[in-house]
Design a protein. Structure first.
Length: 474
């Protein structure tokens, strides 16, 4: 009976031989169809909703596709275009309008002379050219000087804020893409490990059940081994579901169909060192405040609000100005026809000051702009606090994850050694086969911790990089 246990131990040792390194292998189900690569996929290329087979992807391809296909990033770029268009409109407010066209007017009935006497008449006129006989100047301008001065200044700052916000979205998107990729790698590693442990548990359950039926083993050991095997089946099912969810999450971030199956191209999981956390938290916070686009965006928003507040405050003291020039052919006559046609020039100019609501409306509008400015200054302080919090917590996470790196490897090595010692005892006809079950469970936990330690560290590194205001590609 001891010899059979030794044979069983050697079989389980072979089943777990791949657990000695932190590796991510091909998943059998995914490998059923050849996996294509996303390396050559363009930013504007479309992927079929139900692709045949799977797509391989690595971290560089993930970051490239995120930068070119992510919808949130595309929206932020379009917001920059919108702000630029509004800025151009504000700067062009001092450029005169140009109008050309034609007009026609006919009057039939009672009119009143300048002296007050009523007259019965029928008359008609028409015009065509630069401007018309109606109040539409050919070249005209109508300005509120306060808005003409301060709206372009505010719009320029709005454009800067949109550009900075777009850059912040780039940093956030690249960090999210890197994290989603590492979570996909984690899911594949966990699924491989779960299937290996499930297979080893199946072999142990089959053998112990056979020995129990032959009277060479304990029924309790057989039942325990069978229960463990069933639990490992559940672990594999959970790992498969998690893998599908991680693939769908990354596909969504990259604007790919959720049904796309993504397979990480990395064969092994290695720690990525992007930022050293040994620098003091205060210096890192200072670096982040200098480079984070969110800080620049808030500074621009505050500047824009300040321009609008100043413009509103002095608006009652600056005049409104209107001017126009028209040149057109004018035809007029009595009855239904025109008797004479001649060219006609018109020049007009107007300047006036205006108090909205006897001045109370201006005062209320000024208070509104003052409050908007105060709110944005408070928001700027909140953003600074958020940046400080992001850097401090990300730095602490990197330090903690870095300390776990050797622990995960050491735990896996000790678990591996314990498993080898257990199998050696079984080979020497010592111990019970159920002891191998405990060793398998310990080795599985250690291997999972080793994978998680590396991936958690990589994720923490990308979080710290983003918190400092640098894109994940640097």
């Amino acid at each position: 009976m001891r010899k059979t246990y030794a044979i069983l131990a050697l079989g389980m040792l072979g089943a777990l031989s791949s657990c000695t390194t932190v590796a991510v292998k091909d998943i059998p189900s995914a490998a059923a169809a050849p996996a294509r690569s996303l390396d050559e996929l363009g930013n504007d290329d479309r992927v079929a909703a139900d692709p045949a087979g799977s797509y391989r992807i690595d971290l560089p391809a993930t970051l490239r596709l995120a930068a070119g296909r992510n919808l949130e990033l595309a929206r932020s770029v379009e917001k920059v275009n919108l702000a630029a268009a509004k800025s151009d409109q504000a700067h062009l407010s001092i450029v005169p309008d140009l109008a050309a066209g034609a007009s026609f007017a006919r009057q039939n009935g009672l009119l009143q002379e300048i002296g007050g006497a009523p007259i019965e008449t029928e008359r008609v006129n028409r015009s065509a050219g630069l401007g018309t006989s109606t109040p539409v100047p050919g070249v005209g301008i109508d300005l509120n000087l306060s808005k003409a001065i301060f709206d372009p200044l505010a719009a320029k700052q709005d454009k800067k804020a949109a550009a900075a916000a777009s850059q912040a979205q780039v940093h956030q998107t690249l960090a999210e893409a890197a994290i989603a990729y590492f979570e996909l790698v984690r899911a594949y590693g966990h699924l491989n490990l779960a299937r290996e442990i499930e297979e080893a548990s199946r072999k142990l359950a089959d053998s112990t059940q056979a020995f129990a039926k032959a009277g060479e083993g304990l029924d309790a050991d057989a039942e325990r081994a069978l229960a463990t095997y069933l639990l490992r089946q559940g672990d594999s099912a959970d790992a498969e579901a998690d893998l599908q969810m991680r693939s769908a999450a990354l596909a969504r971030l990259l604007h790919l169909p959720a049904s796309t199956t993504l397979i990480p191209n990395d064969r092994s999981v290695a720690a990525i060192h992007l930022v050293t956390p040994d620098e003091s938290a205060a210096r890192m916070v200072a670096t982040a405040l200098r480079y984070r686009p969110e800080a620049a965006a808030m500074q621009a928003e505050v500047a824009a609000a300040a321009h609008r507040f100043t413009g509103q405050k002095i608006q009652p003291f600056l005049p409104n100005v209107a001017a126009g020039y028209s040149n057109y052919e004018f035809a007029a006559g009595r009855g239904t026809g025109t008797d004479r046609t001649d060219p006609r020039d018109e020049v007009s100019a107007l300047i006036y000051w205006k108090l909205d609501g006897l001045g109370f409306g201006n005062e209320a509008a000024t208070r509104e702009k003052r409050s908007e400015l105060a709110l944005l200054k408070l928001e700027e302080e909140r953003v600074i606090d958020d940046i400080s919090f992001d850097v401090t917590t990300a730095r602490a996470e990197v330090i903690a994850r870095r300390s776990r790196l050797p622990i995960g490897g050491q735990a896996a090595a000790h678990a591996r050694r314990a498993y080898e010692l257990t199998t050696a005892r079984l080979q020497q006809s010592q111990g019970l086969p159920i002891e191998a079950l405990a060793s398998i469970q310990t080795l599985a936990e250690a291997r999972r911790a080793e994978i998680d330690a590396v991936l958690d560290y990589n994720i923490a590194q990308h979080k710290l990089l983003a918190a400092l205001g640098h894109p994940a590609t640097k």
